[in-house]
Design a protein around this ligand. Sequence first.
Ligand code: MN
Length: 346
Amino acid sequence: MVAEQDRRRRLLGVLRDLAADGGSVALLPHERFDADAIGAAISLAQVLTAIGCVATVMVDEAPPASMSHLPLLDIVKIYEPDASCAPFDFALAVDCHEADRLGARAACFSLSRLRGSVDHHVFSDEPGELDLIVPTASSTCELVYDIIQDLETLVARQLFDSRIATLLLAGMITDTGRYAYSNTTPACLRQAASLLERFSVDLSRLHYHLYERTSVGRLQIKGDILASIVPVEDGRILTAHVTRDALNRRGVTDDDLAYFASDIRAAEGNEVVFLFVETDDRQGVRINIRSNGCFDAAAFARRFGGGGHLRAAGMTLRNTPLEQAVDMIVREAKTTLRACLGEKTS
Ligand SMILES: [Mn+2]
């Protein structure tokens, strides 16, 4: 806790010094960013600009249509891998802390004078000087809320506004599953209450765009995926899959699959859910993991180069056909599950 406060203070000190000199800061959300990553990055960029930094949110691909309702998306810059990257005074990874989740922007990240991160994913290495990584935080937006609040005190003026409130709430709501996951705390509920008290946020509109708005293609692919569920180990492991052809046939993208793995986890009796999605190049498989009980999704994903949280994690297996990926992961999951349940492996 003390270490965390020290880290936050150190990060704030660097941001304050950069603001005084008009220093450049890059905010880099993880690849295939979600509402938490982009909401945190844009909010921080707005605030850093307001206090004197030259802040840039740099992403690897254009925001998906499903996020077009979010405010301030026009400040986001799309990184062009061919263009040379001007080094930044400070590059901050947002909602991730490993350069390999930054894709092509990793080069830009490593060129910057100072590097750090704001993140709430489980990590195993020793964090760097400017890494604020708090796995107990419900979202990166929760951490950014605290940073902005501290900056407000530091510069003695209001930095939050209704657009930032909307962005932070979008991240908080999605990462807590609408304040239903076990990471929901009184602290994050208080933050939401405070934002709603201070600013005009259309909560029902936000909720509609985050959770209800859908398309015929998305409903159809959901039907396809739910129909593909296979119970293994008496239903304690559930797998589901979708091929690239099926996605193309329904006219949907990976972005449309956002909550399906969590939907499957709602089935009674399962300990862990794996959703296998064939990658764009059809050479590999992206895997979403959702767990209940003893199964540590983040630890499992890390064994295959992925990562995430205790109950929600993911990874990508390259050069592995779909069928082979399912067989291999089910085999490994059986062993992991039996071990965590204290059963003997037969
Ligand atoms: Mn997050």
